[in-house]
Design a protein around this ligand. Structure first.
Ligand SMILES: NC(=O)c1ccc[n+]([C@@H]2O[C@H](COP(=O)([O-])OP(=O)(O)OC[C@H]3O[C@@H](n4cnc5c(N)ncnc54)[C@H](OP(=O)(O)O)[C@@H]3O)[C@@H](O)[C@H]2O)c1
Length: 308
């Protein structure tokens, strides 16, 4: 049994809460920045993994202590941060209270700088960076105040090898999550960043994923990903020359009306994870003397368009 605090119960935090609840042995605390009446996680179309024996319920009401003020929090055994990368400073306010007993902090965010983002708040060896894959979205509260999260695929959680990482994976044992340590986390993280790098185009063009089916936009996507591959290699990732074409093919196979989170944030007038997704390619490229003109332009244009 572990007492687990989830900081940021949005799409990913909500799915994590439902998985931990399904384990049947953890005590959950949801750390929110606004009150929550009820949270329900729906898993409408997820098949059972053949190697798993448990049942996936199509709808789960989350049973948890809900806190909205960091100073109300008590030390826990584990903290799972699932805010957007741009909300890291706000999420960190909880850590002083939740980590009083030395709890490790799992960071479930996009990008490759999970440790760096929290290094000034938590000792680096207590941070578990997690690459999360899981199509999930949150819906606004209904008239009864019930918030819903729709999980459309299995949640994959990949962590580097290490003591705390094994503890993190253990939290999910017996659940429907595909949680595992990986020997080369850097490659997993940069491979995912390659996919996310191209996702800036729908956000720039305010058109869903289908816009990458066009030849010219597809060519720009290839440039964005080629730069990410070059910088990722300089950072120690093993990425083949085929990655850009693979990424583009994946976008072209995806539902043409799907909206990625950068695009969704822009539509909603929220901040965007542009620095965590494309800015990092530019910054790390500069550090290693690798030109990144496509990503630099994408970052500059998106920032200029949303600064108005
Ligand atoms: N959704 C996906 O399918 C998906 C897939 C893979 C990776 N990711 C990555 O996972 C991370 C989380 O994404 P998400 O889609 O779950 O985002 P989300 O749905 O926007 O949820 C983020 C949650 O964090 C909360 N939050 C922000 N600041 C907070 C604070 N100071 N204290 C407590 N809660 C706070 C937000 O509160 P409010 O409700 O008040 O805004 C929101 O509930 C991102 O890095 C994203 O890129 C997402």
């Amino acid at each position: 049994m572990a007492r687990v605090a989830v900081v940021g119960a949005g799409a990913i935090g909500g799915v994590v809460a439902s998985l931990l609840q399904s384990a049947g042995r953890h005590e959950l605390v949801l750390c929110m920045r606004r009150p929550l009446k009820e949270l329900v996680v729906e898993t409408p179309a997820i098949g059972l993994r053949s190697d798993m024996q448990h049942e996936i319920r199509p709808e789960m009401r989350i049973e948890a202590t809900i806190l909205t003020q960091p100073e109300e929090a008590q030390p826990v055994d584990w903290v799972v941060v699932a805010t957007k990368a741009y909300d890291a400073a706000g999420a960190a306010l909880w850590l002083e209270w939740l980590c009083g007993g030395g709890a490790p902090v799992a960071v479930l965010q996009n990008g490759v700088e999970h440790r760096e983002r929290f290094a000034s708040y938590v000792a680096p060896e207590r941070i578990v960076p997690v690459i999360v894959d899981c199509p999930a979205e949150r819906r606004p509260a209904d008239d009864a105040g019930v918030e819903r999260i729709i999980q459309r695929g299995t949640m994959s959680l990949k962590v580097p090898e290490g003591t705390h990482s094994r503890g993190f994976v253990e939290l999910f044992s017996g659940t429907a999550a595909d949680a595992a340590t990986v020997p080369d986390w850097t490659t997993v993280a940069w491979r995912k960043l390659c996919h996310n790098a191209a996702g800036v185009l729908p956000a720039l063009l305010l058109q869903p994923a289908g816009v990458l089916r066009g030849e010219a936009v597809g060519d720009v996507a290839l440039d964005l990903v080629r730069e990410c591959v070059a910088v990722g290699r300089a950072m120690g990732a093993t990425l083949s020359d085929a990655v850009p074409e693979e990424v583009l093919a994946a976008y072209r196979r995806s539902a043409p009306d799907s909206v990625n989170s950068l695009h969704a944030d822009r539509l909603a007038g929220r901040p965007m994870e542009i620095d965590a997704r494309n800015g990092v390619i530019v910054r790390m490229g500069k550090k290693h003397g690798i030109p990144t003109p496509a990503n630099s332009m994408a970052v500059a244009l998106l920032q200029a368009m949303t600064a108005r």
